[in-house]
Design a protein around this ligand. Structure first.
Ligand SMILES: [Zn+2]
Length: 260
């Protein structure tokens, strides 16, 4: 049994820089509704499911590192040894590992979204939570658009509150695991989230990033989190520059100074 060492909490906002489309299920009762709705909470607000974020980041890392052991072509890595498997869990029945990452659903932060639209002078109840975009297929011979279909997407400027928890166990190379996860974030901001990325959808960035951790001991005593910085990092690049320092601090906190 691997003994639990502690947790790193990563808080951030995800901002859609272009229209974002994470597909939801069509409500069959809704006659004349959109064919391609985005996923929404029960009260009709679009959100980013944890599974979409997790799946995309894992996929980018697997592709970058070259999947070692996969059951089928295109499946995630199942080696159970590499950092990606340690973080996300091995995609294999026989090489099971503890999954270290825990993603939370990212919900729309309406205040922040409204802020990003402040020049538009829209009233609260006029602010669109989604927009409809017609997508066409071009007839190559005639050069004309055909089969236009409406796609629902979240407009650029929408902001979501996200959180990821990383669990660490005895024997873990804390710095290596944090760096590997962070690589996934770097890949994501240069790629896209959701569908139709090759057509310009889904460019996202992270902002207002904050980090805290709790060691095993903290759970036994005051249950107090230790913050890396009093002020969140307003953009991804600022947090990126502090990565080495963060890795060092968390590693020292979990293993004790000088031990690791
Ligand atoms: Zn692996």
């Amino acid at each position: 049994m691997n003994r639990f060492l502690g947790k790193l909490f990563i808080y951030f906002e995800i901002e859609a820089l272009t229209g974002l489309r994470i597909g939801g299920a069509r409500d069959s009762a809704e006659i004349g509704g959109l064919d391609n709705p985005v996923i929404k909470t029960v009260d009709g607000k679009p959100y980013i499911p944890a599974s979409s974020l997790k799946g995309k980041i894992r996929c980018l890392l697997d592709r970058k590192d070259g999947v070692r052991v996969a059951r089928r072509e295109g499946d995630p890595c199942g080696c159970g040894q590499c950092e990606v498997c340690r973080l996300f869990g091995a995609h294999s029945d026989k090489n099971k590992t503890l999954t270290r990452l825990c993603f939370r659903d990212a919900f729309l932060n309406f205040e922040k979204y409204r802020e990003s639209l402040k020049d538009s002078k829209l009233l609260d109840d006029e602010i669109p939570l989604t927009e409809e975009k017609m997508e066409n297929i071009i007839d190559r011979l005639k050069g004309t658009a055909q089969h236009p279909r409406p796609m629902e997407r979240v407009p650029a400027g929408a902001v979501f509150d996200g959180e990821v928890v990383v669990n660490f166990y005895e024997g873990d190379d804390v710095k290596k695991l944090i760096r590997k996860f962070w690589e996934g974030l770097r890949l994501l901001v240069d790629d896209y989230l959701g569908g139709s990325g090759t057509r310009g959808y889904g460019k996202v960035t992270f902002r207002n990033l904050a980090f805290s951790w709790k060691t095993r001991k903290d759970y036994q005593t005051k249950n107090q989190a230790h913050w890396f910085s009093d002020i969140p990092f307003s953009n991804f690049e600022d947090a990126d520059h502090k990565l080495d320092e963060l890795c060092e601090k968390v590693s020292q906190a979990l293993y004790g100074a000088g031990e690791h």
